[in-house]
Design a protein around this ligand. Structure first.
Ligand code: ISL
Ligand code: CA
Length: 534
């Protein structure tokens, strides 16, 4: 009997037990000492990634870009920005990664382009330009103001007036990131062509950026005020509820069209950046599984990034989510990203081991953001070093993303072994102890725990392909679940308490403890265990 659930019930394209490693290329490894990470730098670290055991790397955008939003403002979808190297370097990276059984995923930023993209330059040139309708252009209102009240995620109105043609264009993000008009089939065709360009070069698939904004209310109705808005802590964007400026049902239709592109190639897939928090409710999230081909597409589950470190909150969140999935749906669990506070800073360094065990033993796909595996922390960036457009436009609100984007800490040598040149963002002051080289030499380091967990994920059939079942514990600090498959039955049990030990209610063989505990002892504070049950 075949072992794989996915291969028996459907032809899922997602490799079993997939671990995706997210790379922020600007901060991973600098090969030519200009202070900025690049493709050759990534190539030089492929052996590190192979030793870690990841099956895929997802590169944040490396396309040609004016870099207003760290490359999420693309001026050519079919080329590499010289900051990162050349198209040839990317081909080399794909080939070198393949030799190590590592797939390469690219980030498709399709909601908007850069204002320097040739399409937008044409579009803004005249009212009757053939590309005018590739973007969202509207006349001012009678009182000469913005067409409606929609806001930019990065602050201020989502409309920019263009004096040349006396119309406004829509930008859900920066004004240098005009929104494409997804209602226009030519735009969708152009995006599909860009995807094919990369698929033909050997890319395994994509992370689809900001899909929530693909479809807006066709009649551009105003968004309504958010009654829960708190001006002292919330981003000004959250002043309104975004019921009309994003999240319309056409998103599913558009994404299904993109799925069809992937289906025409063998073994290709996409991960979708959709947000629980920004959609009206969990049903919309589940709709991503129901309305898009689940063999090639799955949405990220970001909900864990917003939870406090409490057993019952995680238990409810994960059990509810799992209960809504059908066997053929692939969950995608995310523990950090280039947009969110790092795990060690969010939950505290003490919780990183248990969190690693949790995220790497859940079913489906695990996404690790670079640096989480060594316990990197958010870095306080002083105003003179600010890079992120959010920090520049919504200054001092703690919304900026530079803190989680600082250079990878490779060693205790100068600039943490990232570069010989002053890096584009400061290195964390903890790099002398928190770095790859040091942790490689310590058997019980966080890095070595990640390696063990990833190895177990690939070798244990229950974790790799097994089902997920809740396991109620009757203890406020414990969260436990069963993974059953391929003749193996495992329990994962995590003690979320930072100070109290807890009785271990499970009898079984200890496969792994985050704290090297012996079997039949109480769980230590913040300990996680994987137990094999006869
Ligand atoms: O991170 C956010 C705000 O702090 C989110 O609202 C984020 O902007 C949204 O999830 C979309 O993010 C993605 O697209 C953006 C880019 O800036 C982010 O880095 C990317 O992850 C625009 O392309
Ligand atoms: Ca460089």
């Amino acid at each position: 009997m075949p072992l794989s659930r996915q291969n028996t019930t459907n032809q899922s394209r997602f490799p079993d037990g997939l671990v995706v490693y997210q790379i922020y290329p600007r901060s991973f490894k600098d090969s030519n000492n200009d202070g900025i990470g690049d493709l050759k730098g990534i190539i030089s670290k492929l052996d590190y990634l192979a030793d870690l055991g990841v099956n895929a790397i997802w590169l944040c955008p490396v396309y040609s870009s004016p870099m207003i939003d760290g490359g999420y403002d693309v001026s050519d979808y079919e080329n590499v920005d010289p900051t990162f190297g050349s198209l040839k370097d990317l081909d080399t990276l794909i080939a070198q990664a393949a030799r190590r059984n590592i797939q390469v995923l690219l980030d498709i930023v399709a909601n908007h382009t850069s204002d320097k993209h040739a399409w937008f330059i044409e579009s803004r040139s005249s009212l009757d330009n053939p590309k005018r309708n590739w973007y969202v252009w509207k006349d001012p209102t009678d009182s000469s103001s913005e067409p409606n009240n929609w806001l930019s995620v990065f602050g201020g109105p989502a409309w920019e007036y263009d004096p040349h043609t006396k119309q406004y264009y829509l930008h859900s993000f920066a004004k240098q990131q005009p929104d494409l008009n997804w209602q226009n089939p030519e735009v969708r065709q152009a995006m599909k062509n860009a995807m094919r360009f990369w698929l033909d070069r050997g890319i395994a698939g994509f992370r689809m950026d900001a899909v929530d904004w693909y479809a807006k209310d066709a009649s551009l109705r105003d968004d309504l005020p958010n009654p829960a808005y708190n001006p002292s802590i919330d981003s000004p964007y959250n002043m309104l509820l975004h019921r009309h400026s994003k999240g319309q049902k056409e998103i599913y239709k558009y994404l299904q069209e993109l799925s069809d592109v992937l289906l025409a190639y063998p073994d290709r897939y996409m991960l979708i950046e959709a947000h629980f928090d920004t959609l009206p409710g969990p049903q919309q999230f589940v709709d991503f599984y129901r309305k898009i081909d689940t063999r090639v597409a799955a949405p990220f589950n970001f909900s864990n990034l917003y939870l406090p470190w409490e057993a019952k909150r995680f238990e409810t969140c994960i059990n509810t989510f799992q209960s809504r999935l059908r066997p053929q749906d692939t969950p995608v669990y995310v523990s950090g990203s280039h947009d969110r506070t790092r795990l060690a800073t969010r939950f505290g360094m003490g919780a990183t081991r248990a969190a690693a065990m949790l995220f790497l033993t859940l079913p489906g796909i695990a996404v690790i953001y670079n640096g989480e595996e060594i316990g990197m922390e958010n870095v306080q960036i002083n105003t003179t070093s600010t890079q992120d457009i959010i920090e520049r436009s919504i200054t001092g609100r703690g919304q900026g993303r530079d803190g989680e984007r600082t250079p990878m800490q490779w060693s205790s040598s100068r600039n943490a072994g990232f570069s010989d040149h002053t890096p584009w963002l400061p290195i964390s002051s903890n790099y002398l102890t928190t770095n790859v080289q040091t942790e490689e030499s310590q058997p019980d380091s966080l890095l070595n725990l990640y390696r063990q967990l990833i190895n177990l994920r690939h070798t244990s059939p229950a974790i790799k392909i097994g089902t997920y079942q809740p396991l109620p514990t009757n203890h406020a600090d414990l969260f436990a679940y069963l993974r059953i498959g391929g003749q193996q039955k495992l329990t994962v049990i995590i003690n979320f308490s930072r100070s109290k030990s807890a009785p271990c209610p499970i009898v079984g063989e200890m496969l792994l403890s985050t704290h090297s505990s012996q079997v039949n002892t109480p769980l230590q504070p913040l300990e996680g265990r994987i137990l094999q049950i006869p």
